[in-house]
Design a binder for this molecule. Sequence first.
Ligand SMILES: Nc1nc2c(c(=O)[nH]1)N[C@H]1C(S)=C(S)[C@@H](COP(=O)(O)O)O[C@H]1N2
Ligand SMILES: [Mo]
Length: 169
Amino acid sequence: MKSSRRSTLLGAAVIALTAGLSLSGAAFAAGGTILQVVGDIEGGAESGQFDLERLDTLPQNSFTTTTIWTEGEAEFSGPTLKSILAEVGAEGKPVKAFALNEYNVELELGTIEADVPIIATRADGKPLSRRDKGPLWIVFPYDSSEKYKNEVIYMESVWHLYKLQVGAE
Ligand SMILES: Nc1nc2c(c(=O)[nH]1)N[C@H]1C(S)=C(S)[C@@H](COP(=O)(O)O)O[C@H]1N2
Ligand SMILES: [Mo]
């Protein structure tokens, strides 16, 4: 009795430790949903659930740029925002981006181009950790044009992105 209780406690401790580690690290790569697209989408609620693997199957873009929030250049890569919206039948509809820290912003439709922005899944080929504004970050090629250096674009550069809400609320 005593020893089985102890092993139960030990098991609970191991589970708690594992859960703690997975929250802090790159464990999101293990297959869970990292982006939810909700609202006015086609194909039902499941069609709006994206894990990293599914994001990797969508049309990708990558570019090297500095950002006003990070040091030095990095090559950001990930699916285009447009390809995600197309995937769920949400192109041309209003879309609001939500961050884990409760920040949210309505995206101006005119800023969503064919290849830009991307939902960056990686910087220099490595998954973005929370410390690097991951696991997902809406990134524009800031250095490539003056049109990507303004407050609207900066506002839309949502890091810790986890949800896109499609359609009017
Ligand atoms: N997750 C998240 N992304 C965010 C924000 C935020 O608070 N949280 N702020 C936005 C705004 S309003 C701007 S202008 C830019 C710049 O934020 P900064 O004030 O930290 O430079 O990041 C954008 N992305
Ligand atoms: Mo801002």
